[in-house]
Design a protein around this ligand. Structure first.
Ligand code: F6R
Length: 610
């Protein structure tokens, strides 16, 4: 995934940029480049590893004390030199590096080309360079004003650093949905997408928030909002090791990534809701929108947690968009004789975009003539490239082996897809709007659950001695029971089963005794009374109960041993909230048993073999 580094001060910029890029290598990339500003800008870029870039730089004297650098993970356009960052305007007077995605880049590019701008790459990022150039020539008073005006025209996400030979004493940076941290040194300043790139030079840092811009000079920094109001931000001292920096100061990637989930949902939703018309605006589906109006069946293919997300999607789409859905394990689909007609769409869900079984299922579907779609997090991955159309998660890199934030983002995108397909069919504008509004409330509701994590930790410690657990939920929450059980198995090695609550009496109830705890999701929803009866059945057999219910419910505490509360949302979105306590519970059980949840035994992050 892409990484940004920038330096302005008195020292030679180039070695600092190269060292920063190397520290960002852990994020994965396929090309790298730098641009330094002395008398004019000099850019050197190379596909492949940073050592290729160093070889290109060898023997060149690029003495400069201002510069920016980037590691790119291909999104728009293959990993070749012309697509590698930094990108320049027509005359090479300004240069920028960008993480994120400019969703409306084709419209902007068409307009700029009609104004005479000549593009040299396939990237969305280059559009920004030309747009800033245009605004400067239209009379923007300085570089920060031009960048600010450009960002107001942009839809999408960005972490951005811009330099210009006409403004040699500043680096202008901005953040929306993609992290930016400033490093404050003595007579020098740094910018990076990740603190680990700069901690070797300074430990005084300022984390930008979404919607903030900063102007960096050798003497310090100024932060302003996109509306140009000043914002006071005091640097904080971080005493993190390199590894801790990568984890944002948290003990594990799994916890760091769970804590990111409010932002992850915001990023998955960003720019994708039209509140007036109650629509989901999914740019990646625009070209196939007419075909999607014609489909009479959707088959979702995925593995593991992504498969469980697909099961939630089945409930969402069938009930709210009226499209029949089947969900298939990638590993099964290709060996069956799936019935595919010209009206069938096949949707692959994959965080990595490289899972061999999901990819094979997708290729099989494509070969049989299905319209293929993807919900993928890793931009530019094989599944993303091979599908006809799709929606990116924008969840950022997921390092924790057990999927957490990617899963929550998959559910969020499935809700958007439900809105998209539903509004093409019978869903009313009123319901579409309600769904859109409710989606926008989710990040705060997730935050409320994360804020209870100390209670969940205590509870996890209490139950960590169990050797088995049963997870139950109904309707939208049945697949969340499967996912909750999978999380616990993966990181704590406790045997856990997930069941649809109504199915429990058809077998698993035989296992229940006072040593077999059950985690039951029973929000006050349309099936609340039924789930309550299941709890009573478990109690009658002496089974201890941990209940997850909606806030203000007083009743469940009367018959559960422990209760976790969450906000109430519309039924279709309740799974997005319900999975969060289950993730935290699994994490804290693992930690209290002394296991490292980031390195579960026998598991790999990306399963690229059959
Ligand atoms: C579970 C987990 C796995 C993945 C599965 C699919 O925590 O992470 O079950 O969900 O291997 O991976 P992707 O989504 O990369 O296709």
């Amino acid at each position: 995934m892409c990484g940004i580094i920038g330096y302005i001060g008195k020292r030679e910029a180039l070695p600092i940029l190269l060292e920063g890029l190397k520290r960002l290598e852990y994020r994965g990339y396929d090309s790298a480049g730098v641009c330094v500003s002395a008398q004019g800008l000099t850019t050197v870029r190379s596909p492949g590893k940073i050592k290729n870039l160093e070889e290109k730089l060898a023997g060149r004297s690029l003495s400069a004390s201002v510069g920016i650098g980037h590691t790119r993970w291909a999104t728009h356009g293959p990993p070749v030199e012309k697509n590698t960052h930094p990108h320049a305007d027509c005359h090479g007077r300004l240069s920028l590096v960008h993480n994120g995605i400019i969703e409306n880049y084709s419209e902007l590019r068409r307009k700029l080309e009609s104004q005479g701008h000549v593009f040299s790459s396939d990237t969305d990022t280059e559009t920004l360079a030309h747009l800033i150039e245009q605004l400067l020539s239209d009379g923007a008073s300085d570089l920060p004003s031009a960048v600010r005006a450009a960002l107001k025209q942009v839809r999408g996400t960005y972490g951005l650093a811009v330099i210009s030979q006409d403004y040699p004493d500043v680096i202008v940076v901005a953040r929306l949905g993609s992290p930016i941290v400033l490093g404050i040194g003595d007579g020098e300043s740094f910018v990076a997408s990740d603190a680990s790139a700069i901690l070797g030079h300074t430990r005084r840092v300022v984390f930008l928030d979404d919607g903030e811009m900063a102007t960096l000079t050798g003497d310090g920094y100024q932060v302003r909002s996109l509306d140009d109001s000043p914002i006071q931000k005091t640097p904080e001292e971080v005493d993190w090791s390199d590894e801790q920096a990568q984890k944002n100061g948290q003990p594990h990637f799994m916890l760091k990534e769970m804590l990111e989930q409010p932002d992850v949902v915001r990023n998955s939703l960003r720019g994708r809701l039209d509140l007036g018309d109650g629509l989901a605006v999914l740019g990646g589906l625009r070209d196939v929108a007419d075909r999607l109006r014609q489909i009479d069946r959707l088959i979702i293919v995925a593995c593991g947690s992504a498969y469980y997300a697909g099961l939630v999607g089945e409930y969402m789409i069938e009930a709210n968009a009226g499209v029949p859905v089947e969900v298939e394990l990638g590993s099964e689909f290709r060996y069956r004789k799936p019935i595919i007609t010209p009206q069938t769409a096949v949707l692959a869900i994959s965080q990595s975009g490289e899972t061999a079984d999901t990819l094979a299922a997708l290729r099989e579907a494509k070969m049989k003539g299905a319209l293929t779609l993807g919900i993928v997090n890793a931009v530019g991955s094989t599944i993303a490239r091979e599908t006809d159309a799709g929606v990116y998660n924008h969840a950022g890199p997921e390092v924790g082996v057990a999927s957490t934030k990617a899963f929550v983002s998959q559910l969020t995108v499935l809700a958007l897809l439900t809105l998209f397909l539903g509004r093409q069919r019978q869903m009313s504008v009123t319901y579409g709007n309600k769904l859109a509004q409710e989606l926008l409330h989710l990040p705060d509701m997730i935050q409320k659950i994360l804020d209870q994590r100390q209670n969940i930790e205590l509870l996890a410690k209490r139950w960590a001695g169990a050797s088995d657990m049963l997870y139950l939920g109904r309707n939208y929450l049945a697949p969340i029971a499967f996912e909750g059980a999978l999380k616990l198995k993966e990181v704590s090695y406790i045997h856990a089963e997930g069941y649809a609550a109504g199915e429990m009496k058809h077998g698993p109830i035989a296992l229940i005794d006072p040593g077999f705890p059950c985690l039951v999701m029973c929000p006050e929803d349309s099936l609340y009374e039924k789930t309550k009866s299941n709890i009573q059945e478990l109690k009658a057999r002496g089974g201890p109960i941990i209940a997850l219910t909606t806030e203000d419910n007083q009743e469940v505490s009367q018959f559960a041993d422990d209760v976790i509360f969450m906000s109430k949302t519309i039924e279709m979105l309740q799974p997005i909230l319900s999975v969060i306590p289950l993730q935290l519970f699994a994490y804290y059980v693992a930690v209290s048993k002394g296991f490292d949840p980031d390195k579960p035994r026998n598991l790999a992050k990306s399963v690229t073999v059959e």
